[in-house]
Design a protein around this ligand. Structure first.
Ligand code: GLN
Length: 546
């Protein structure tokens, strides 16, 4: 273990959804801007081994890392805000910790001992934190849930003990709380923060810094009051003010002196921060020259959390085109051939995102057809690409009833199907699967190489022939229909290096119509927007102006 590594533990109090993930990511961004290397880890108290099997309605998006791990959506924030390379060790859940401890117990590793939460589970948690510490200056650990939850207790006990393990000069605890503004009293209230810190101290953790989520800047007096009651110094009480643009959070934290305070407490000397790129991005985000309207035709439209990375990637594409992106979320169940024009008529671009299950599929096919016939830029992602293939098979290639075998097992034209055997380039093994395979972790997951054909929308966007993108799906393009579909105008512009897996499809004579089997949104960053999103927005902007 590297004893020079410093640790920042981030906990949350009062209530959930205060933006602990964004706060952790912003701390990472600030430390990077001062020349330090960071990594960020999320410890989630729920019992699922990973969020891969969880419903997006409950848990939001499942974020996929290069190594094929299905992780919490906060890892998406971490990757967008920092350059940390994240993978399976950056997200642990209670389920994953217990799974490992129970396997060790079955193997006989505990040599007849009684296996207990303390020390076995807590030791396992501490060992998991140290797994990511190699080669970085600072490890930021975000503890999921809210102080007071029963499930988080073993994690909190572990991080309490961790101070003794790594030494008091090498660790700080940051607590995010809420300071509500009560309009009838015209006042900001500190009591919830006091209670939350009291709760934390009752389990032996004294926070070093408080991030106070609030609608207005905290006055000196309020800060002094919080400092007194919570036993922290006044300059460790930081206003975490609501922002219009999430990429402003590191800037606000810096103005409040957060990075200086962290470095002081951790005894780190580092250069002054370089935040110009962040400032420019926020400035462009807030003052765009143009605007476009993009319709997202999907199933989880009520919860924007389900499409977190997608929304961000669209905003990144917008900023790079000096353009505000207005998103309209359309429930695909409400779309049919008759009302398609009415519902989608105001959109400058149409996007069908990833998804699972049969609900709303026909509406998505209608949307793809509408976009194709009306020359509206179309972007199909994962399921969205499969939808585009089905639409083209049915309506151009005359394959009536063409479908994905995911939704119609009896279809005569299974243009999308379950590939039972293929060579997996990432793991370099032959993979097999059938309809009875286990659901957890059994999809094509993580980064795969893709070869791009020249003179296509894809090549124009990427400007290179070999790319790598992240996948999360079970079904694939069926090569039995490749020749027929190509003959009818489908362009296969991206394919796996061995030619087995179709990764990108397009059509000609259209302003921009592209579907990809992977999820490009996972790799888009504010300062490095994804090329496909950039070009999709560019095409949509052209449409808006025409
Ligand atoms: N349901 C489809 C599949 O499993 C698409 C998945 C997705 O869009 N992520 O192949």
């Amino acid at each position: 273990m590297d004893y020079n590594t410093k640790y920042i533990i981030v906990t949350g109090g009062v209530l959930s959804s205060l933006g602990k993930g964004l706060a952790s990511a912003s701390i990472g961004a600030l430390l990077e801007s001062r020349g330090l290397t960071v990594t960020i880890q999320k410890l989630d108290p729920y019992i699922n081994v990973d969020p891969g099997t969880m419903n997006p309605f409950q848990h939001g998006e499942v974020f996929v890392t290069d190594d094929g791990s299905e992780t919490d959506l906060d890892l998406g924030h971490y990757e967008r805000f920092t350059h940390a390379k994240l993978g399976k060790d950056n997200n642990f859940t209670t389920g994953k910790i217990y799974d490992s401890v129970i396997s060790k117990e079955r193997r006989g590793d505990y040599l007849g001992g009684t296996v207990q939460v303390i020390p076995h589970i807590t030791d396992e948690i501490m060992a998991s934190i140290q797994l990511v510490a190699d080669g970085v200056d600072v490890v930021i650990v975000e503890i999921g849930g809210t102080i007071g939850d029963i499930e988080s207790l073993p994690f909190l006990e572990a991080i309490r003990q961790f101070k003794t393990r790594v030494g008091k000069d090498n660790i700080i605890y940051i607590h995010l709380t809420l300071v509500p503004y009560i309009s009838t009293a015209g006042e900001l209230k500190t009591k919830p923060t006091q209670h939350s810190v009291k709760e934390l101290r009752s389990i032996g953790i004294q926070p070093d810094i408080l991030l106070c989520r609030t609608v207005r800047y905290l006055s000196k007096d309020i800060k002094a009051k919080i400092a007194l009651f919570c036993n922290v110094s006044v300059d460790a009480v930081i206003t975490a003010k609501d922002v219009e643009c999430i990429y402003e959070v590191p800037l606000i934290f810096h103005k409040e002196g957060l990075d200086n305070k962290i470095l002081e407490l951790l005894h780190i000397w580092a250069r002054a921060p370089r935040l110009e790129a962040w400032e420019q991005f926020v400035e462009k985000y807030k003052n765009p020259e143009h605007s476009v309207t993009i319709a997202i035709v999907g199933k989880y439209v009520d919860l924007t959390e389900s499409y977190k990375s997608l929304n961000e990637a669209l905003y990144h594409g917008g900023v790079s085109n000096d353009c505000k992106v207005n998103l309209i979320f359309v429930d695909s169940e409400t779309i049919n051939e008759e009302n398609c024009k009415e519902i989608l008529g105001s959109a400058d671009g149409i996007l069908v995102p990833g998804g699972f299950g049969p609900r709303g599929i026909e509406g998505k096919i209608c949307a793809a057809k509408y976009a194709r016939e009306n020359m509206v830029p179309f972007f199909g992602i994962c399921l969205g690409m499969q939808i585009a293939v089905i639409e083209i098979a049915r309506n151009i290639a005359g394959m009536e009833g063409a479908h994905s075998s995911e939704f119609d097992k009896e279809t005569v034209y299974p243009v999308i199907y379950l590939m039972t055997e293929w060579y997996d380039e990432r793991t370099q093994t032959v993979q097999k699967r059938n309809v009875n395979s286990a659901k957890g972790g059994s999809m094509r997951l993580g980064a795969y190489p893709c070869h791009i054909r020249k003179e296509t929308f894809a090549y124009k966007a990427y400007d290179v022939e070999d790319i790598s993108e992240r996948h999360r799906h079970r079904y694939e393009f069926n090569n039995d229909y490749k020749d027929k579909l190509e003959e009818k105008g489908l362009i296969i512009s991206g394919i796996s290096p061995n030619g087995e897996l179709v990764e990108i499809v397009e059509i000609k004579d259209h302003p921009w119509f592209l579907g990809c089997q992977f999820h490009p949104e996972f790799k888009s960053r504010p300062m490095d927007p994804h090329p496909l999103f950039k070009d999709f927005i560019k095409a949509s902007l052209k449409q808006a102006k025409s």
